[in-house]
Design a binder for this molecule. Structure first.
Ligand SMILES: *Cc1c(COP(=O)(O)O)cnc(C)c1O
Length: 382
């Protein structure tokens, strides 16, 4: 127990201690903490779909029809027609032959990757891939090789040196990076995966609902649906629900039903969650480009911050404002909260040492006026 206490003290000393800070209520772009209303720049509910009347109604109807829990795992008796309805809709949404629902993005990645790779495989992963992909890679016992973030030259050098030693290879990236908000060079990755005979798996957690026609994601936006073998994404961010999906060939999906342990050994998602996810995907399918207005808003915000001398990253609705060290980043976030803005400080180990930042997650409910206000409130060196 001493060891645990020492760990906590050390974290505290480095300003890296993580603590839970509950909100009393949360709405799109708005949150209430300690009785105070805050403008929320921290949630991934980018389109406010968590509160969309059609989504909420679908969940309520499903609760009335099915009750709460699914009762068992999919392969036992928790497999309901509505799970399949969602999977068929997602397959259409993503333009793939089939889709499989997982209980969360984390569970999808730690289930899919070890099912596809083993001790004889090699995994090439972007250095900034989400922890769930890295955990999946570690669980698989494959050789894990990380390439510099979005660096195709480095990736090719590694492929040239190491690919031939292994029978099969998996290439992993996110299409929109969660902490940097920048975009993976998908065309270049497809070219390399073809030349070096790798399977390409992408995580569209932050692209789903935002990029592409009907919010189908970046793979679809770039016309690469046929080239990307495995397209994973979540219902938990722009779609405002919970859970995740993989869109791929029927063979891959059938194989995963038989081998992805996080799919096999976990109770199916509750029907109300599935119904809400389904309503959110259907809503997207009725839109032209549901993320376009938000992306334009984010581009304006980014430009305005740069004009004030901030170092700002990203090319999406995620706008990281680089600060550097952990302590000033945490203080800046605290100060912003005092002014009525909820903005999260992102610190190591989530991001590399010396790259602590404020992560602004914009959503379609934000107004130009709110963006102006928060910009006035971030003052360097407070
Ligand atoms: C959020 C996220 C996940 C995890 O998804 P959950 O549904 O929250 O478990 C996986 N990958 C990326 C890139 C994410 O941002």
């Amino acid at each position: 127990m001493d060891k645990l206490a020492r760990f906590l003290e050390e974290r505290e000393r480095q300003h890296l201690l993580r603590v839970l800070a509950p909100l009393e209520q949360r709405f799109p772009a708005r949150a209430v903490r300690d009785g105070v209303e805050l403008i929320d720049f921290s949630s991934n509910d980018y389109l406010g779909l968590s509160h969309h009347p059609k989504v909420v109604q679908a969940a309520q109807d499903a609760l009335d029809n099915y009750g709460m829990g699914a009762g068992a795992s999919r392969l036992m008796s928790g497999d309901l027609a509505i799970h399949h309805e969602l999977e068929e809709t997602v397959a259409e949404f993503k333009g793939k032959e089939a889709a499989l629902v997982f209980n969360s993005g984390y569970q999808a990645n730690i289930g899919i990757i070890p099912a596809l790779a083993d001790r004889h495989s090699v995994i090439f992963a972007d250095q900034l891939c989400h922890a769930s992909m890295l955990d999946g890679a570690l669980l698989s016992r494959a050789k894990l090789i990380r390439f510099r973030h979005n660096d195709l030259v480095h990736l090719e050098e590694l492929l040239r040196k190491r690919r031939a030693e292994f029978s099969d290879a998996l290439l992993l990236t996110e299409t929109v990076f969660s902490m940097d908000g920048d975009l993976a060079p998908l065309k270049g990755l497809v070219e390399l995966k073809t030349r070096y005979r790798c399977l390409l798996m992408v995580d569209e957690a932050h692209a789903t609902g935002i990029f592409g026609p009907q919010g189908r994601g970046r793979v679809s936006d770039e016309g690469l649906t046929g080239e990307v073998d495995l397209i994973m994404g979540t219902f938990s961010k722009a779609l405002g629900g919970f859970g995740a999906y993989l869109a791929a060939s029927s063979t891959v999906v059938q194989y995963l039903i038989n081998s992805a342990r996080s799919f096999i050994y976990s109770t199916a998602l509750p029907p109300a969650v599935i119904a809400a996810n389904l309503a959110a995907v259907r809503w997207c399918l009725e839109q032209e480009r549901p993320g376009q207005q938000l992306l334009t808003l984010a581009a304006r915000f980014r430009q305005a911050l740069q004009g004030k001398g901030w170092q700002v990253g990203g090319e999406s609705q995620i706008v990281p404002v680089m600060v550097g060290e952990s302590e000033p980043t945490a203080l800046l976030a605290k100060e912003l909260q005092r002014h009525g803005f909820l903005v999260l400080p992102i610190r190591p180990p989530t991001v590399p040492e010396g790259q602590a930042r404020l992560r602004f997650s914009l959503c379609s409910a934000h107004t130009d006026e709110q963006l102006d206000q928060v910009m006035q409130a971030i003052v360097p060196g407070i």
